[in-house]
Ligand binder design. Structure first.
Ligand code: HEM
Length: 139
């Protein structure tokens, strides 16, 4: 079972990833804690959703359509652990609704790892040391 997160799943294609991203942002924008952060920073939502769809497709489907640097903007947003916890919570809920369990955990596992790396970079920038908080799901 350990190999499952490294393999694509038949339910995962560009259309289902776009649905995940669109549904996630529909909720994140409405959220009272993290919604205002997106409202302040994102001015073209069609562009942002297309970009994040490419990001996930590049990671999971290895499409190569994203060549951005995801870390940089997050270092400037003054993000705290509570923001990441809310982001993860909405993402997990959405992934579970849109994908079967075996596919949802592929996205969730990656989101946990990326959130951990963002949090550790933010801490390092502040002269602190953080440890990983988002546990990978038991596989
Ligand atoms: C507290 C949680 C988070 C918040 C509030 C947040 C917010 C944002 C905002 C506002 C932007 C747009 C920045 C800009 O255009 O200036 C952005 C970009 C982005 N975010 Fe997040 N983010 C969070 C966590 C994550 C996580 C966990 C991931 C990945 C799993 C992620 C992936 C991305 C990517 C790929 C971009 C596009 C970067 C680029 O190429 O310009 N974010 N995020």
């Amino acid at each position: 079972m350990t190999a499952i997160v490294n393999q694509p799943h038949p339910s995962i294609d560009k259309a289902s990833i776009q649905k995940l991203v669109t549904t996630f942002y529909g909720r994140a924008r409405e959220d009272e804690l993290i919604g205002p952060i997106f409202d302040r920073a994102v001015h073209d939502w069609d562009h942002h959703i297309a970009q994040i769809t490419e990001f996930w497709a590049a990671i999971i489907l290895k499409t190569g359509g994203y060549d951005g640097r995801p870390m940089a903007p997050h270092l400037k947003l003054n993000l705290k652990n509570e923001h990441f916890d809310r982001w993860i919570s909405i993402f997990e809920q959405t992934a579970h609704e849109i994908f079967p369990e075996e596919a949802a955990i592929i996205f969730i596992d990656r989101a946990h790892r990326i959130a951990n790396s963002f949090e550790m970079a933010i801490a390092t920038q502040a002269g602190e040391i953080a440890s990983t908080r988002h546990l990978r799901r038991p596989l």
